[in-house]
Ligand binder design. Structure first.
Ligand code: UTP
Length: 295
């Protein structure tokens, strides 16, 4: 049983500056909902309600978002907006959320290492706080189902175009089934000719507590940061691990273009926006607009 999840959310978000100078990228809204709320919803929908957020400098608004705001509630009650009131109460009660601060930004591996006392001797899920995965079955649930069967570290992966492998952690290995791969090797951001495949690590994991001693031994790697992939590679010498191709679409919100695309895609799925937005998109990209370079 996986009962705990860890959400690293302490990073600087330098790819999204200047928006992230004074606000967390995890709080950027996709329409009206912060990215991290989608991530927490995925945990809850996967049956996990004990969540540790790795927080840090400038991230207090994440705590405020999941806290109760009596003044705001009173105002909404006065306005008799029942729908918003229900939403506010839902956010406050979504899960048992704990926080720990990563005081120095030493990378994703170091962020996860901060969860060692919280997770103790149990396997746990990891969900990157800046990545939404849109799917029918929550991706964390997909990974948990595989973990229950194999009792090994499970790493979510997705196929990326070969020219993009240099941006990701890439895994290679032997096929178990059309979705599962017994991992043989793992490389962080490889050059195209050194990549063992084009299966990229997709921001969701089920890790075993053995990751903590591996992280302890892991030296700083790419970007002078402690990389989770390096620790996993160390652990791979001792333990079997599985890569699972996710059924869903990954949205990396830390990247400006992905953020824009996600906003449009999600808005087109919302009843109140789909028609007027589609109309607007056609209007600004249509053939009648000379000089238009989109569409
Ligand atoms: P990223 O590498 O995408 O985050 O980490 P970043 O460092 O904030 O990004 P850029 O490159 O500067 O734009 C993925 C997740 O891990 C967290 C981030 O907050 C993000 O949700 N993270 C990263 C930490 O919690 N601590 C770290 O030291 C690094």
């Amino acid at each position: 049983m996986i009962k705990k999840a860890v959400i690293p959310a302490a990073g600087m978000g330098t790819r999204f500056l200047p928006a992230t100078k004074a606000q967390p990228k995890e709080m950027l809204p996709i329409i009206d909902t912060p990215v991290i709320q989608y991530v927490i919803q995925e945990c809850v929908d996967s049956g996990i309600e004990d969540i540790l957020i790795i927080s840090g400098k400038g991230k207090r608004s994440i705590e405020d978002h999941f806290d109760r705001n009596f003044e705001l509630e009173a105002m909404i009650i006065k306005k008799e907006d029942e729908e918003i009131y229900t939403q506010l109460r839902h956010i406050e009660n979504m899960a048992n959320i704990h926080y720990i601060r990563q005081k120095e930004l030493n990378g994703l591996g170091d962020a996860i290492y901060h969860a060692r006392y919280h997770c103790g001797n149990e396997p746990f899920a990891v969900l990157l706080g800046d990545t939404i995965i849109d799917s029918v079955i929550p991706v964390t649930q997909q990974l948990i189902d595989t973990f229950e069967q194999y009792k090994q570290t499970i790493i979510a992966v997705e196929t990326v175009p070969p020219e993009k492998v240099f941006r990701y952690g890439i895994v290679g290995g032997e096929t178990i089934s059309n979705k599962l791969l017994q991992i043989g090797e793992m490389v962080e951001k490889p050059e195209i000719n050194k990549a063992p495949s084009n299966l990229a690590i997709a921001g969701r994991y089920i890790l075993t507590p053995e990751i903590f001693p591996a992280l302890e031994k892991t030296q700083k790697g790419k970007g002078n940061e402690i990389q989770l992939t390096d620790a996993l590679r160390l652990l791979l010498k001792k333990e079997n691990m599985i890569a699972q191709t996710i059924e869903g679409k990954r949205h990396d919100i830390g990247n400006k273009l992905d953020f824009l695309k996600t906003t449009i895609e999600f808005a087109l799925k919302r009843k109140e926006f789909s028609e007027p937005l589609m109309h607007f998109l056609k209007e600004i990209t249509g053939p009648s607009k000379p000089g238009s370079s989109i569409g």
